[in-house]
Ligand binder design. Structure first.
Ligand SMILES: [Zn+2]
Length: 359
């Protein structure tokens, strides 16, 4: 459903009036944060559904003069109440548009409208950082706008042959128009090296395939001139860590991903997570330490023969609740369940996916 411009303006003004707006400059004139993600806490009534017609997509950060971030409204989407959807990056200029991720399918029109507020250039290249709907949902829409889609081969496989849902039911069939066309794979021997390098609009852009971490099909995207790396979702600072094990992810792989960023990023490199605030590489260290600590504690309990229910009841995340925004019970339980599944009898990755136990 499309809204009239006047209502858009009203909603925009309400957003400006009620949300924390911070304009900051770090390391020269960029990045510029126009709208920082909200901190919450947020609560939603039982049965609440995301009102997609109320969600706007806005330019929330400028990473350079021609590299902008698109992100969604705050306080409306229970999956990501700090800012709806997963960040999309847009590099633009005379060579056309390169996008990183496409936001949710339901707001595809609004994502394009936001993009068209700053560039008329044709949309040429799209790279997906991982398969989740808040990052690939509008793939088919942007492919129809002209984008050639790049991703890891595993992401393509996950999309063509999705794993069953958490409840064991078969997943929905994919929209074939949104499936990546140009693929590459992660290899241990070339860890950290770009699979693709594009020279566009004065930027040098590297697509770097990641080890199985958030999923088995992750890519990080480095913009060398802007000194920016889009690190997608293996790191997060809103809610507890999430490794999508059914799509081949693992908490252990997220440790390896954090270690790789330590090598790839310089002290001033701005890291752009899919959600939460922009960070520097030093911010990944306490996150990494928490992953190590929780996995060790869960392993100890599981080795003692404790059940999942008993491990969840141990409330192992308690020391981190004060410093973790968005620390819902669901987010904690998901994290601990992942650790429980991973420390013993963890299924292997086949075709980009794992057959996970149903709890
Ligand atoms: Zn995401």
């Amino acid at each position: 459903m499309r809204r009239t411009p006047s209502l858009c303006l009203v909603v925009g003004l309400i957003a400006l009036a009620t949300l924390p707006v911070r304009v900051s400059t770090q390391g020269g004139s960029y990045p510029i944060t126009l709208i920082a993600p909200a901190k919450g806490p947020f609560t939603f009534p039982p049965g609440y559904q995301t009102p997609w017609d109320k969600i706007d997509i806005m330019v929330t950060e400028k990473m350079s003069a021609n590299l902008f971030v698109l992100h969604g409204s705050q306080g409306l989407d229970p999956a990501h109440p700090d800012a709806s959807g997963g960040r999309a990056l847009v590099l633009f200029g005379p060579d056309g548009v390169l996008m990183v991720d496409t936001q949710n399918r339901q707001v595809a029109d609004k994502t394009l409208t936001a993009l068209r507020t700053f560039t008329d250039a044709p949309i040429k290249v799209l790279v997906n950082t991982h398969i989740h709907g808040d990052h690939t949902g509008a793939n088919a829409f942007f492919a129809k706008q002209g984008a050639l889609i790049y991703a890891q081969e595993n992401l393509r496989n996950e999309m063509l042959r999705p794993p069953p849902r958490a409840n064991g039911q078969p997943a929905q069939a994919p929209d074939t128009a949104g499936i990546p066309v140009v693929t590459y794979s992660y290899a241990k021997a070339t860890v950290g090296e770009p699979a693709v390098t594009l020279h566009m609009n004065g930027e040098t852009v590297d697509f770097i395939p990641m080890m199985p971490s958030h999923t088995a099909g992750d890519t990080i995207v480095r913009f060398r001139t802007a000194d920016v790396i889009y690190i997608e979702d293996f790191y997060r600072n809103f809610g507890y860590p999430f490794a999508d094990q059914a799509n081949g992810g693992s908490l252990k792989g997220m440790l390896d991903a954090a270690d790789l960023i330590e090598k790839l990023a310089g002290p001033n490199t701005t890291l752009v997570p899919g959600h939460g605030t922009l960070v520097k590489k030093g911010d990944l260290l306490p996150y990494r330490a928490m992953l190590v600590d929780i996995m060790a504690k869960v392993k100890t309990l599981r080795d003692q023969g404790k059940s999942l229910a008993e491990v969840l009841a141990a409330n192992l995340t308690a020391p981190y609740d004060k410093t973790t925004l968005g620390d819902t019970q669901q987010s904690k339980d998901r994290f601990i369940t992942e650790a429980f599944d991973e420390v013993k009898d963890f299924p292997p990755i086949v075709d980009g996916k794992r057959t996970m136990p149903v709890h």
